[in-house]
Ligand binder design. Structure first.
Ligand code: IPM
Ligand code: MG
Length: 356
């Protein structure tokens, strides 16, 4: 299912769909697409950010590719009516508790990173973010005017041990398949909820003797990510910290326009989306980078459609176009000999590279 959403969402999803069709034909995959509204476009058309029609299709789909939600025209809406609530609603509805955000540096983009080449060359970090709990969903929440007339806003950060254990297990398993190092990020020096988080991660570690578990406070983790990011293999953390750390990690790879993500439930039905947002300032200008959405489509092929070879082909094609020097504006380095192309032309280049 395709959920193009707002801003640059439709244009990057369009290119990712073309890539899926091309790779699907090569691998004889029987891909059928449905499409729905989510976010601001859904609010405009039906008054709801996650309408019932979208919900019905999403519950039928084997996998979902989403563009982005949000934009300035909906910024004035009350919190519970904003486009972002559509994204939170579909995450909750499908129980997509496990968000995988790999930060992988393509060698040809090393100059686009915000850090010096030696700090990021070969960077390959996986952030495992809990996605359906924590302060994003905790109740009570709201803004009230107290009896003394003063307005007060509040949210609740909560996790039970079942929620912590299920994301913890997936993170340990991911570390087993990689370099065997897992760093759990918390704020256990201040927040009780993350004291429990740390305790449960520690308990789990006895079941995974082949993984070395460490713990780090989130403020230090943010610093370490920009100081020495290659010390990390897999990071596991709660919803809010994962939101923040994954944006930092994204920038290390050259552009947030390069980062895919997968949000999975226990059945491996997944929602796949680029980490970047709707970028309303460049929407419709054919200059957005569609590569993160294509790499999200590769994750979709791998995790939800059990088509690892097709996934590898897409990732190889993306690497190939970068090697050939194709760049969208966000990853073009100044004074380089790169060919700066638009969204559509980048799609053409990736499709051509699939058949090379
Ligand atoms: C993300 C985004 C979302 C989040 C927003 C759009 C609700 O920032 O996926 O990282 O905060 O989870
Ligand atoms: Mg975010």
């Amino acid at each position: 299912m395709l959920l193009p959403g707002d801003g640059i969402g439709p244009e990057v999803v369009r290119q990712a769909r073309r890539v899926l069709e091309a790779v699907g034909a090569r691998h004889q995959l029987d891909l059928r697409f449905t499409e729905g509204d989510i976010g601001g476009v859904a609010i405009d058309r039906s008054g709801e950010a996650y309408p019932a029609a979208t919900r019905a299709l999403a519950n039928e789909a084997d996998a979902i590719l989403l563009g982005a939600v949000g934009g300035p025209q909906w910024d004035g809406l009350p919190a519970q009516d904003r486009p972002e609530r559509g994204l939170l609603a579909i995450r909750a509805d499908l129980d997509l508790f496990c968000n995988l955000r790999p930060a992988l540096l393509f060698p040809d983009l090393i100059g686009a990173s915000s850090l010096r080449a030696e700090l990021v060359s070969g960077l390959d970090v996986l952030i495992v973010r809990e996605l359906t709990g924590g302060v994003y969903f905790g109740e009570p929440r709201g803004v009230v005017t107290r009896d003394d007339g003063v307005r007060e806003g509040f949210n609740t950060d909560r996790y039970d041990e079942v929620e912590i254990r299920r994301i913890g297990r997936l993170a340990f398993e991911a570390a087993q398949k990689r370099n065997g190092r897992l760093c759990s990020v918390d704020k256990a020096n201040v927040l009780e909820v993350t004291m429990l988080w740390r305790e449960v991660m520690q308990e789990l570690s006895s079941e995974y003797p082949d993984v070395s578990l460490s713990h780090m406070y989130v403020d230090n983790a943010a610093m370490q990510l920009v100081r020495e990011p290659k010390q990390f293999d897999v990071l596991v953390t709660g919803n809010l910290f994962g939101d923040i750390l994954s944006d930092i990690a994204a920038m290390l790879t050259g552009s947030i326009g390069m980062l895919p993500s997968a949000s999975l439930n226990a059945q491996n039905t997944g929602l796949y989306e680029p980490v970047h947002g709707s970028a309303p300032d460049i929407a419709g200008l054919d200059c957005a980078n569609p590569l993160a959405t294509m790499l999200s489509a590769a994750m979709l092929l791998r995790f939800s459609l059990d088509a690892p070879e097709a996934a590898n082909d897409v990732e190889r094609a993306v690497a190939a176009v970068l090697l050939k020097g194709f760049r969208t504006a966000d990853i073009a380095e100044r004074q380089s000999s790169a060919t700066v192309v638009g969204t559509q032309a980048m799609g053409d280049a990736v499709i051509a590279a699939l058949t090379d």
